[in-house]
Design a protein around this ligand. Structure first.
Ligand code: SF4
Length: 237
């Protein structure tokens, strides 16, 4: 049944919420065939209905879509993370078609490094690193990296640069790194930050929040209110 014949589905698309979130398109058999994110779900869905989405695969997708589900989020950044986790889970056919056209982008972090670096990579290697993604585009991956850095300020500099540094770089000045290069954060505190980053990127929200709350209480008990406030902001991000 196409969309014209399925009026209940068309109505559902038209009544999409006006908020950030993720949409899942399903085929007749209930299989997820496409996952996308939007800052304004209603307007994004309208672009499919009015033909404003000019990607070559859009008409083929619309011919097969039978139902749609929405998951609203508080921010577009949260939607971006959720979108990637859902793509990984469902491996939707049309996301795969799109992705095969492009270079694969991932975020990567090697937990075996003493001060793990968070970086954007184009290729997954068979090494000790953890990989997050793939992201639908280089822009989506960069956007995620920027957001993650604001909340979890891990270093992004190359290891050689890191080893030679004695003073923090601009990343520290703009609040996107806690400058382990200059000893401004010790290894165990940095390790906790790296672990939280991994939980966040893997979508383990409940575990992450309970861990951050525990760290916040410990910081408050040690009268380290600055750190407690930072952890509180991380919980609410
Ligand atoms: S502040 Fe130091 S550790 Fe952080 S990115 Fe700059 S050089 Fe690297």
């Amino acid at each position: 049944m196409n969309m014209e014949e399925n009026s209940a589905f068309k109505e559902k698309m038209v009544s999409a919420p006006r908020s950030p979130g993720v949409y899942l398109m399903l085929d007749e058999r209930g299989r997820v065939i496409y996952v996308g994110k939007a800052n304004d779900l209603k307007s994004r869905i309208a672009s499919y209905l009015t033909g404003r989405d000019t990607r070559p695969m859009a008409p083929f997708l619309m011919a097969r879509v039978h139902d749609i589900d929405f998951i609203t989020t508080t921010t577009e950044k949260e939607a971006l993370i959720l979108e990637n986790n859902l793509i990984k889970k469902h491996r939707p056919r049309y996301n795969v078609i799109l992705r095969d056209d492009k270079t694969y982008y991932h975020l990567s972090l090697n937990p075996k490094e003493p001060y793990p670096r968070l970086q954007l990579v184009r290729k997954r290697l068979n090494d000790d690193a953890l990989y997050f993604g793939p992201y639908p585009s280089g822009m989506a991956a960069k956007e995620t990296l920027r957001f993650v850095q604001q909340v979890f300020p891990l270093r992004t500099c190359r290891s050689r640069f890191f080893q030679l540094r004695t003073r923090p770089c601009l990343e520290y000045q703009i609040g996107r790194c806690l400058a382990p290069c200059s000893g401004f954060i010790d290894e165990s505190a940095y390790r906790k930050l790296a672990d939280s980053t991994v939980s966040f990127l893997q979508g383990r929200r409940r575990e992450l929040i309970s861990d951050l709350k525990k760290q916040m209480e410990e910081a408050a008990q040690d009268l380290n209110y600055e750190e407690a406030a930072r952890l509180r902001d991380r919980i609410h991000s």
